[in-house]
Design a binder for this molecule. Structure first.
Ligand code: 5GP
Length: 185
């Protein structure tokens, strides 16, 4: 008889919530208020980085008032690194459809770790000559930073743990969770 060598136990599991749905909602509301108060009277183009930022961006813009002039676009990138270590060199899989020259742009990202990905992306965006380029990240692993990146709006600073939920995945899973959880490897 051939022994069954297939693993039946998962080698990882998701832990308890780091941030609940309510905590995230409250924080997203504060971020939206701050962005609107600092950019009122101007037209804002919000650029979400797919796929991770899609849920955060959707909640963020829906907390902005009707009279605030906001447009939305998306960019899809793939990093040349792997899940554990980002190389910082990104390939644009889908570019924004808007010309950003002379415009106020807010790049929305799910999480910043070493900073390499966002830094590379911002350098590309700067060459397109926006009037202002700001960044908004939901989660910031500040202690992991390798390159300086200007984070204008930040949801939560977190320790060096791998998190999923609220748009963030592990191997494509768990983006749909309403809260943010750490993965126990
Ligand atoms: P950086 O270039 O700043 O090191 O990496 C940023 C990217 O790494 C994020 O956009 C995200 O795709 C991925 N990443 C970094 N930390 C985590 C994490 O804890 N959870 C998940 N799901 N992705 C992460």
């Amino acid at each position: 008889m051939v022994a069954n060598t297939e693993r039946t136990d998962p080698d990882y599991k998701i832990g308890k919530a780091l941030f609940s749905e309510k905590e995230i909602g409250d924080r997203v509301q504060l971020l939206a208020n701050k962005i609107v108060s600092e950019m009122s009277g101007r037209d804002l183009l919000v650029v979400g980085i797919l796929n991770g930022a899609v849920i955060f961006l959707s909640d963020l813009v829906r907390r902005m008032p009707a009279e605030f002039n906001v447009k939305i676009d998306f960019m899809s990138i793939s990093s040349y690194g792997n899940a554990a270590k980002s190389s910082g060199v990104v390939r644009i899989l889908k570019d924004i459809g808007s010309d950003i020259e002379g415009r106020d742009v807010l790049v929305v990202e799910d999480i910043i770790d070493t900073g390499l990905t966002l830094s590379y992306l911002l350098n590309i965006m700067y060459t397109r000559k926006p009037a202002h380029l700001r960044t908004c990240v939901l989660l910031d692993k500040q202690e992991k930073r390798e390159v300086a990146v200007k984070v204008d709006y930040c949801g939560f600073v977190i320790p060096d743990v791998f998190v999923v939920g609220y748009g963030l995945d592990y191997g494509g899973k768990w983006r749909h969770l309403p809260d943010i959880r750490a993965v126990d490897f």
